[in-house]
Design a protein around this ligand. Structure first.
Ligand SMILES: [Zn+2]
Length: 87
């Protein structure tokens, strides 16, 4: 108990119940990676939202942000296998 877990889809540390979708700490992904119904977002959905986030927060152009987002996601457990198949 008390060990920090990281979201498999975005890498965010999940330390509080409200970091989990619906407060369900058995989930491997965080509230930001969940759909409103509590299921995990797809690769495409997460790529879109990470791209949008970086455009907004870092002022990158969408093409550069998308490449950066894809690179980050390729290192996360949820997408590792996916990105190996589609370089
Ligand atoms: Zn996440």
């Amino acid at each position: 108990m008390g060990k920090t877990r990281n979201c498999i889809a975005c890498g965010m540390p999940m330390t509080r119940p409200e970091d989990f979708p619906g407060g369900d700490a058995t989930k491997d992904y965080c509230v930001h990676c969940a759909r409103p119904d509590g299921s995990m977002q797809s690769y495409g959905e997460k790529l879109d939202s990470m791209t949008g986030f970086m455009v907004k927060t870092q002022g990158l152009d969408p093409g550069a942000a998308r490449k950066l987002a894809a690179g980050m996601m390729s290192r996360l457990p949820a997408w590792k296998d996916l990105s190996r198949n589609s370089p």
